[in-house]
Design a protein around this ligand. Sequence first.
Ligand SMILES: CC(C)(COP(=O)(O)OP(=O)(O)OC[C@H]1O[C@@H](n2cnc3c(N)ncnc32)[C@H](O)[C@@H]1OP(=O)(O)O)[C@@H](O)C(=O)NCCC(=O)NCCS
Length: 166
Amino acid sequence: MSDALFRIADESDLSEIARIHASCFDHGWDEGVLRDFLKTPGTLAFATSGGFILLRVAADEAEILTLAVAPHARRKGAGGALVSGAAARAHALGAQRMFLEVATSNAAARALYGQFGFAEVGLRKGYYGEDDALILRANLPIAPLGNREASTTVAAEPRGSDRDAD
Ligand SMILES: CC(C)(COP(=O)(O)OP(=O)(O)OC[C@H]1O[C@@H](n2cnc3c(N)ncnc32)[C@H](O)[C@@H]1OP(=O)(O)O)[C@@H](O)C(=O)NCCC(=O)NCCS
């Protein structure tokens, strides 16, 4: 994948990725929130044209904090490229497992993560108000998109800590 499609996001991207986040979620994160995330050790963002992903790597675990592709840029492979690239970087940094939370009603994201072999390991009832959050996990490295039979298997124990992911 080329750098133009997928690159590390920095301060100069904050206004754009804040716009993208606001276009995807009812409670968008503003530039200040995103800046604070990026100042946190182990946290990094990748951007494409129209999308970005924010992740945190700590020891042998990684977490997707948010993933957003603006409506006009969807269904062109950006979401998959961001997940794939972020997982590869997390693995290169030493992570062996990747986690995320997703609303049970979010069929698009669940289908996307399912393609990479993410599996349910927990449920947080009422995490998004009326909607519940599924905790998904994949072992790293994740399977390439379109190669589901090569997906890593996932043990069925949830991780313990609470967090504020989308
Ligand atoms: C979920 C999201 C990131 C997907 O981004 P995207 O760029 O459209 O994803 P891709 O084009 O890479 O799609 C990859 C696969 O995901 C699945 N998918 C994506 N959008 C889908 C939809 N609306 N319905 C069903 N499956 C969908 C498909 O399996 C798709 O493969 P296909 O196009 O070959 O069928 C995007 O819809 C989004 O930003 N949604 C709002 C924010 C959000 O829900 N973020 C995730 C929070 S956990």
